[in-house]
Design a protein around this ligand. Structure first.
Ligand code: 13P
Ligand code: SF4
Length: 302
């Protein structure tokens, strides 16, 4: 078995010989984030992948994120470091969406990026948690069918005058967080600022100081004067927060905030993927072209 240093050394060699770039989501394991050229939230990763000067993108995250990179970069090879999915993305398929579109035919479809390529292809525009409200506000329609995350859609509905129709999808990780966790956290750390992801329930968001995408959280904790933070999102984010803010304290609101799929990727899997050029992400061309329109719309809105 190789040591961590040997794995890193071999990954670096392959990165050069493949002319590859490694990108990782904020929820990845610390050692995976540390070997990445870029770490970010879904919106940043999608944008970053259109700007890289590389033949191969090694994506450390979950399938829908790597799929977005492949949709936006048909001329590059995208490798998903480890076969990992997102249960939220799988809560709606093309048939479900067709049915909902028939029911709400006047509504524009705003599709959270946590979705499959075929669902994106049938949507008007995508969004991430970082720009969902701005995307909704940018559309001419007053009626929006928001898929598939119910909680993010509900959060947006509290910030806009538009009518938001909610699809009942959810993230099992963020749904684990309860108001009780915030209450307990505040008892232990009364001066800490509470930040949660908008995939959390409305009751949890109501008890927080801010609802933010993962990279918005990273910026928030840097800019905020508080010395302690109670964090309501997947635990992998604490690595970057602690690395970049050694003097501040970070506490995960619940130890259950772990995304099983995000944790599948290891240094071993990154190396194996690069050695074998496995897990090539492919999207059928007619789906890709239509899904790209929805993603381009998302990338254009800040
Ligand atoms: P971000 O876009 O905020 O990084 O979130 C992605 C995600 O999967 C949240 O569960
Ligand atoms: Fe999907 Fe939730 Fe995991 Fe994010 S944390 S990748 S939404 S299951």
């Amino acid at each position: 078995m190789k040591t961590a240093d040997e794995l890193k050394e071999r990954i670096l060699e392959l990165k050069n010989s493949l002319n590859a770039v490694i990108v990782a989501h904020n929820y990845q394991r610390p050692e995976v984030q540390d070997i990445a050229d870029f770490v970010g939230d879904s919106l940043e990763l999608a944008r970053q992948c259109t700007e890289v000067d590389a033949d191969v993108i090694v994506f450390c995250g979950v399938r829908f994120m790597a799929e977005s990179a492949a949709i936006l970069n048909p001329e590059r090879t995208v490798l998903l470091a480890e076969e990992a999915g997102c249960p939220l993305a799988d809560m709606i398929d093309a048939d479900d969406l067709r049915e909902w579109k028939e029911r709400y035919s006047r509504a524009a479809v705003v599709c959270y990026v946590n979705s499959t390529a075929t669902v994106k292809a049938q949507s008007d525009v995508c969004c991430t948690s970082a720009n969902a409200l701005q995307v909704v506000e940018s559309l001419p329609q007053d009626e929006i069918l928001f898929i598939p995350d119910h909680h993010l859609g509900h959060y947006v509905s509290t910030k806009t005058e538009k009518r938001i129709i909610l699809y009942p999808g959810f993230c099992y990780v963020h749904r684990r967080l309860k108001p009780q966790h915030i209450k307990l956290g505040k008892e232990l750390h009364p001066d800490a600022s509470v930040i949660v992801h908008p995939e959390c329930t409305a009751e949890v968001i109501a008890g927080a100081d801010a609802a933010l995408s993962t990279s918005q959280m990273i910026r928030y904790v840097k800019a905020n004067n508080a010395q302690g933070f109670l964090v309501g999102t997947e635990g992998g984010i604490l690595h970057r927060m602690r690395l970049e803010n050694a003097e501040k304290g970070f506490h995960l609101l619940s130890s259950s905030l772990i995304c099983h799929d995000m944790k599948k990727t290891t240094l071993e899997s990154v190396l194996k993927t690069m050695e074998e050029r496995r897990n090539v992400v492919q999207v059928a061309e007619e789906v890709r072209v239509r899904a790209k329109l929805a993603l381009d719309g998302m990338i254009g809105v800040s």
